[in-house]
Design a protein around this ligand. Structure first.
Ligand code: TYM
Length: 333
């Protein structure tokens, strides 16, 4: 672990990796590599809490790996691996299930959203999803977790679970992990509705910019993004959510504050601003897109990176899991 601590974060390989995943999470990780020991996971066990096609899951696992590397994560420095390849995640999640009250899980807004009205039909895996997330983080005693804003509640629960374990067994074993939620775009909204989060599962492809979109698709989606009827631009997220979202995306790409971008472009109408934004987005995303394609053409290379990452991850997690099992009282015959 370096002086500043150990980072863990992950993305689900459920297809449609989008601009929210990039600006809210992956891009922020790139700058953390120099100062922290970093572990970046492709959380395939989380993905199956919603049924997945097996071949599509394998392909999406490679695609997320390619996106990490194309975005600038260095696999020779950071650990990149898929969750199911390291058994400590599942084993620790079980132990945590046994210190986590159902009431805590009942409060999770993401479960309520995903389960919808038919809660009885929701899979048990979806309900205990945040427990597995706590296990992901704590299997490495990670100190910091960089994510988008939508994961905040899950990270608070991970702290509660660490505390519950420590209390139950009278130890100070698991750390209380700090969320790192930063940048101009911690919550990128749908391009079709500024009050809805940009999401992999939105049925409208026009609602999101996928990391696999080419320059034409990116430009077109931005030019057709929903706007409002006011003249000029201003950054007022409550009153003008669509304008605020486009300004935040621009600001994330240009490393500015959204309000400053709004001031600079205040005289422009939506059409002219969207054209500026489209150019900037294409300039930033095209190299990533090209590198992802190059990497995806060599799946054996991706698999080798994941294999090596899993070995390195296991070397950290296995002793932590072994100690946890001792604390719980599992006999090592
Ligand atoms: P997932 O796969 O839904 O999203 C991956 C990352 O992208 C961020 N994100 C967004 N950020 C800004 N705007 C958006 N519209 C947007 N949509 C997604 C998410 O906040 C996340 O950082 N449960 C997690 C994966 C996970 C994990 C973990 C994360 C499993 N174990 C341990 C951290 C630590 C998830 O479903 O992310």
């Amino acid at each position: 672990m370096t002086e500043k601590g150990r980072i863990f974060s992950g993305v689900q390989p459920t297809g449609n990796l989008h601009l929210g995943n990039y600006l809210g999470a992956i891009r922020n990780w790139v700058g953390l590599q120099a100062d922290y020991a970093c572990i970046f996971c492709i959380v395939d066990m989380h993905a199956i809490t919603i049924p997945q096609d097996p071949a599509a899951l394998r392909s999406a696992t490679r695609e997320v790996t390619a996106a990490y590397i194309a975005a600038g994560i260095d696999p020779s420095n950071c650990i990149i691996f898929n969750q199911s390849a390291v058994s400590a995640h599942a084993e620790l999640a079980w132990i945590f299930n046994c210190v986590t009250p159902m009431g805590w899980l009942n409060r999770m807004t993401q479960f309520k959203e995903k389960a919808g009205k038919q809660r009885d039909q929701a899979l048990a895996g979806l309900f205990i999803y945040p427990v597995l997330m706590a296990a992901d983080i704590l299997a490495y005693k990670a100190t910091h977790v960089p994510v988008g804003e939508d994961q905040k509640q899950h990270l608070e629960l991970a702290r509660d679970i660490a505390g519950a374990f420590n209390r139950q067994y009278g130890v100070e074993f698991f750390p209380l992990t700090e969320p790192l939620i930063f940048g101009a775009a911690t919550r990128v909204m749908s391009l079709r509705d500024g009050t809805k989060k940009m999401s992999k599962s939105d049925t409208s492809d026009a609602s999101r910019i996928n990391l696999t979109d080419d320059a034409d698709a990116i430009s077109q989606k931005i030019r057709r993004a929903k706007s409002d009827a006011e003249m000029g631009l201003s950054y007022e997220p409550e009153r003008r959510p669509e304008a605020a979202n486009l300004l935040a995306i621009y600001a994330a790409f240009s490393d500015e504050a959204p309000a400053d971008v709004a001031e600079r472009f205040s005289g422009l109408g939506f059409a002219a601003f969207k054209s500026e934004l489209a150019d900037l987005a294409v300039a930033r995303l095209a190299p990533i897109n090209a590198e992802m394609r190059r990497l995806m053409a060599a799946p054996d290379h991706i698999d080798a990176i994941l294999r090596q990452g899993a070995e390195r991850a296991d070397a950290i997690a296995a002793p932590i899991l072994a100690e946890t099992k001792d604390l719980v009282g599992f006999l090592r015959p």
